[in-house]
Design a protein around this ligand. Structure first.
Ligand code: 5AD
Ligand code: SF4
Length: 439
């Protein structure tokens, strides 16, 4: 028997989980694991979970149940739960699902090899600490494998904002920024491995304040340093909080050509009463004013957002305020959710909105968003955009990539390779993507 073991990781939730799963795969490479796309031949299964909304955690439990026959057929199979459900529920997971051998919170991924060894020795391994040491430093020892043209890079983690509905400050912990030199080194390494677009990640990315050569740097300073990295063509960042949109960051949107004209800036609600109860510490007016300033700096920027409907005590009038704000902004993209109670958060104690009413509001809001999204997408027809090609399309000779505005663009007869950037004239707008021809 060979010593190579197979690791299957299933990732739920946000882009930071995608990044974390890559790091976990790399650190387990040191313990003799290679990744596999199927749980069937795995020696270890890791679910990298999301706790942001109810259904996310429920999906994890039902997925775990499905592994029962696999474990029965292969008693050596180790099953682990990582991510925010692991952090929030800890030992409860093992109690609820005895199949689980290992539970690891997001701040302890660098300790995964030891946890795996403990599980392999027949024990149950749990680590949901918030350790002092720098997780990222311990995770960075990785093979120089070639990468696709786009990559995520975590620059900041955790959140101190404590929005009344949100588990992130509890599962990801206090806000921490990585030092500038480590981020630049990681970015250069990614570029050497074929990456042309980097999305800087953080739960509160624009609150970034990492140690630089001359004191703490802002996110804008970091973006300007990345702008100078040869071979890196595009920079994006997500997710931002309206209150941390500093002047230098707004200005960078107008001045830094590598910074893409797309901004995800969640507002959650358009009602000042609800915003206050959400502990958002901004108003609908201040948000609209901010967007006006961002559009002054970069008129063609595509705005994206997040919305929660049915937050405790939200009335139809509050909901109409949200619809009004959406009309005022004109979003090119938005994500919307029905409020879901997160145990341990302040809003969990409050009177809930009737579920059918909340569902109805969500349907109406999504209809409006879809309409705006489609109109913004349709307005691209006839325009020229720059497309970074990511993969071949389904048709022969076709390539698929993303425009500056993050629209998926299909180009027939593209004569391009993955990682190429080409000028493309948009000729058609479909339900989920654009079609174009080389300009
Ligand atoms: N219920 C519904 N949506 C939520 N979000 C965060 N917490 C909750 C919750 N308890 C949404 C917010 C956030 C996005 C990532 O998820 O809109 O911006
Ligand atoms: Fe959660 Fe974002 Fe609010 Fe932080 S700012 S508590 S991550 S919703």
């Amino acid at each position: 028997m060979s010593d190579v073991k197979k690791l299957y990781i299933k990732t739920y939730g946000c882009q930071m989980n995608v990044y974390d799963s890559e790091r976990m795969a790399e650190v387990m490479g040191g313990s003799g694991y290679v990744t596999t796309d199927s749980p069937d031949d795995a020696d270890m299964i890791l679910l990298n979970t999301c706790h942001i909304r109810e259904k996310a955690a429920e999906k994890v439990y039902s997925e775990l149940g499905r592994f029962k026959p696999l474990k029965a057929a292969k008693p050596d199979l180790k099953i682990g739960v990582a991510g925010c459900v692991a952090q929030a529920e800890g030992e409860e997971i093992m109690a609820r699902q005895p199949l689980v051998d290992l539970v690891v919170g997001p701040q302890s991924y660098h300790r995964l090899p030891q946890l795996e060894a403990k599980a392999r020795a027949g024990g149950k391994a749990l680590d949901t600490d918030f350790p002092e040491e720098d997780k990222f430093e311990k995770l960075k020892d990785r093979p120089k494998a070639q990468r696709g043209p786009t990559a995520f890079l975590t620059v900041q983690e955790g959140c101190d904002k404590f929005c009344a509905f949100c588990v992130v400050p509890y599962t990801r912990g206090a806000e921490v920024s990585r030092p500038v030199d480590r981020i630049l080194a990681e970015a250069r390494d990614l570029v050497e491995r074929g990456v042309r677009e980097i999305t800087l990640l953080g739960q509160n990315v624009n609150a970034y304040h990492g140690a630089g050569p001359d004191g703490d740097w802002t996110l804008a300073q970091l973006i300007w340093a990345l702008d100078k990295v040869d071979g890196l063509e595009r920079i994006r960042f997500t997710t931002s909080h309206p209150n941390d949109m500093s002047d230098d960051l707004i200005a960078a949107h107008g001045e830094c050509s590598k910074l893409m004209p797309y901004l995800h800036l969640p507002v959650q609600s358009g009602s000042n009463k609800i915003l206050k109860r959400m502990n958002r510490s901004h108003t609908a007016e201040s948000y609209l004013k901010l967007i006006e300033r961002i559009r002054e700096a970069r008129p063609d920027i595509l705005m994206s957002g997040d919305f929660i409907v049915g937050f405790p005590e939200e009335t139809e009038a509050d909901f109409q305020d949200t619809m009004e704000l959406i009309r005022a902004v004109n979003y090119g993209q938005a994500f919307s959710f029905k409020y879901s109670t997160r145990p341990g958060t302040p809003a969990a104690e409050r009177a809930q909105v009737d579920d059918a009413e909340a569902s109805d509001r969500l349907t109406r809001l999504q209809a409006l968003i879809t309409q705006q999204q489609r109109a913004v997408q349709d307005s691209m027809v006839g325009r020229e955009v720059q497309v970074l090609f990511e993969k071949p399309g389904r048709l022969d000779g076709q390539m698929v990539g993303k425009s500056e505005y993050l629209h998926a663009v299909h180009v027939a007869d593209a004569q391009a390779a993955r990682g190429d950037i080409a000028r493309v004239r948009i000729v058609e707008s479909g339900p989920n993507s654009l079609a174009g021809v080389l300009a």
